[in-house]
Design a binder for this molecule. Structure first.
Ligand code: SAM
Length: 481
């Protein structure tokens, strides 16, 4: 099971409301994490000011942008296949320009122009404001590259255009980059050092979403718990800040409280939490405000102390258990999910058993599990041989996926017979007579539509479940409505 975000969305060309612009059509496709989908909304906003309209039809596009992911080799291969498809279309429509955005652009830089002859434009995650200039360059017949990583770019001043929106849930970026240097991970190299966005601009975006009728926001960052605003600048430079800046700084718990208090009827989610940075005050804020959803995505990657150390995860198995215990103590109904990597270099059968026993302890509600993929330039690639055979990685992956499925089913069964609040998001994939939404725990629930509509908060009595879905019937609007 390889999943970071709704797989159905992967690679979808995202569109905004049409308007009359310069007549030029932009197609933007996104792959990878939620952050990339959120970035594409910033890109669409920048280019809509230049007069571009979006399209889902490759054949009619003047500019095709592909927002890419480098997290595993497979993600990069998917993008390369898409570029082949663009190549075929470019033969019919030679005027069409192709640009690569995001992590692969940053990782491969100008090499892209040499390797993939059809690429005209290569733009890293911190250079999107330069897109209008870069597009001009391309229109004048030159290739254009900007992969400069920034110390302070957060796009806080750009109001994202909501792409493919259901009008109910939206992402709001709060940090960019990552300082963790997990040895397997390419993110610090492709997204740069960690910096936080001004809370005032975050609040403005959230207020605007509330005004437009959005019912749920997800605060996004590679490591949201590390959020720290002290007037701008890199997180690593906080130690050099003035006493005044230190005294008036805003941390993640304070930001969460601010958002939750400003809009008590709006659901607030966040992702991703790194265990080493999740503090008690965040858990306390979650427990205090009913509108902060009771769900934490808390990747652990391995249950073995030796492997955690080799991954530079900066916490032990015991410390992780303490965190889990604290979450359960303050919020017994809180759902927790994991990311796991199998077959990290040197992983033994015993390490793998430690992962399985950690999973038994937590009994996660969901999980996103991956076989280790060596990424060029990372510390693991430089120092450790990728020595776990592919078939062993796969077998271990199957074992943890199967165990996760049992745990997910154990968790969903706890809801049967209960009545839970569901925010309706869309029609069920399986039946046009049913709505699909999520509980505060992020579990999907489906139920007959009746008189309800998308965006309603509904109390749903759960009668049955699979390992991934609650099945029930509405019993009325919730008081949040
Ligand atoms: N920032 C988050 C964290 O620190 O946990 C998540 C970052 S990443 C976009 C999402 C997941 O991809 C990771 O949690 C990890 O499980 C997986 N991942 C990252 N690098 C990987 C690699 N080299 N091979 C396999 N999976 C990887």
């Amino acid at each position: 099971m390889e999943k970071i975000i709704d797989e159905k969305q992967q690679g979808n060309a995202l569109v905004m409301e049409p308007k009359t612009g310069n007549g030029k059509k932009l197609m933007i496709e996104s792959y990878g994490c939620q952050m990339n989908f959120s970035d594409s909304e910033i890109v669409a906003s920048i280019l809509s000011k230049e007069g571009f309209d979006t399209t889902q039809n490759l054949e009619e596009a003047d500019l095709v942008l592909i927002n890419t992911c480098s997290i595993r080799d497979k993600a990069e291969q998917t993008v390369r296949k898409r570029l082949e498809k663009y190549n075929a279309v470019k033969k019919i429509n030679p005027g069409m320009k192709v640009g690569v955005l995001g992590c692969m652009a940053e990782r491969l830089k100008a090499q892209f122009l040499e390797e993939e002859k059809i690429v005209d434009l290569v733009v890293g995650p911190d250079a999107y404001k330069d897109l209008p200039n870069l597009i001009n360059e391309v229109e004048e017949g030159r290739n254009a590259v900007n992969v400069i990583l920034s110390k302070d770019e957060t796009y806080g001043d750009i109001s994202p255009v909501r792409l493919q929106s259901n009008g109910v849930s939206a992402f709001v970026s709060i940090t960019r980059g990552c300082d963790n240097m997990c040895t397997f991970c390419v993110v610090p190299f492709t997204r740069g050092r960690e910096r936080s966005r001004d809370p005032q601009s975050i609040m403005e975006e959230v207020n605007e979403l509330a005004q437009k009728g959005f019912k749920e926001i997800t605060l996004l960052g590679q490591n949201v718990d590390s959020y720290l605003w002290y007037g701008g600048g890199l997180k690593k430079d906080f130690k050099n800040a003035s006493e005044m800046q230190k005294a008036t700084a805003t941390n993640f718990a304070a930001l969460l409280r601010m958002v939750a208090e400003a809009h008590p009827k709006m659901r607030v989610r966040f992702s991703t939490s790194n265990p080493q940075d999740m503090t008690l005050d965040v858990i306390e804020a979650m427990a205090k405000y009913p509108n902060i959803c009771k769900y934490i995505h808390l990747p652990v990657q391995s249950g073995s102390d030796r492997i955690l150390k080799a991954m530079n995860r900066l916490h032990t198995r015991e410390e992780y258990f303490e965190l889990i215990d604290n979450i359960r103590k303050l919020m017994p109904d809180c759902a927790i999910s994991q990311d796991m990597i199998t077959g990290f270099p040197t992983e033994t059968e015993e390490d793998h058993q430690d992962t399985l026993s950690l999973m038994e302890y937590v009994k996660y509600d969901f999980g996103f599990m991956f076989a280790y993929s060596e990424r060029p330039g990372t510390m693991a690639a430089r120092k450790l041989e990728d020595d776990v055979p592919e078939e062993v990685k796969k077998r271990r992956l199957t074992e943890i996926v199967n165990l996760q499925q049992q745990h997910s089913h154990f968790r969903t069964r706890q809801f049967v017979g209960k009545t839970v609040e569901v925010l309706i998001e869309k029609e069920s994939k399986k039946s046009d007579a049913h709505w699909s939404g999520r509980t505060t725990q992020n579990t999907v629930a489906v139920f007959p539509k009746e008189q309800y509509k998308i965006g309603d908060f509904v109390n749903v009595k759960i009668n049955d479940c699979t390992s991934a879905t609650l099945i029930g019937e509405a019993v009325g609007y919730s008081e949040n409505n």
